[in-house]
Design a protein around this ligand. Sequence first.
Ligand code: FES
Ligand code: FES
Length: 127
Amino acid sequence: MAYSDKVLDHYENPRNVGSFDKGDTNIGTGMVGAPACGDVMKLQIRVNDEGVIEDARFKTYGCGSAIASSSLVTEWVKGKTLDQAMAIRNTQIAEELALPPVKIHCSILAEDAIKAAVKDYQDKHAS
Ligand code: FES
Ligand code: FES
């Protein structure tokens, strides 16, 4: 399978790999798995007092498209509000990375991971 240049770029130079400190109360963590292939993606956001995502991290155990999708969304969510981050669609990711049909579920994993991270943050900060 030939990966697109953008997938290769993110795969070879992934952005924002890692995790935030567990004690940081301003983070939300999303952990999702793809039933289709068993790949796992962990995505974290750090949210500032204005409700804007100021930073993000990911760790993905999966294929090149899954790594590229998560790397891309960590870039996209920075500077976005939680609502804006929730509005990111896997179709946008797939389009940006020129993913072939069999790799669409990799982009769905990234959409699900960001949603799970936002929800985790909101759950922790519900008052
Ligand atoms: Fe998940 Fe490709 S099947 S790594
Ligand atoms: Fe399953 Fe990419 S996440 S093949």
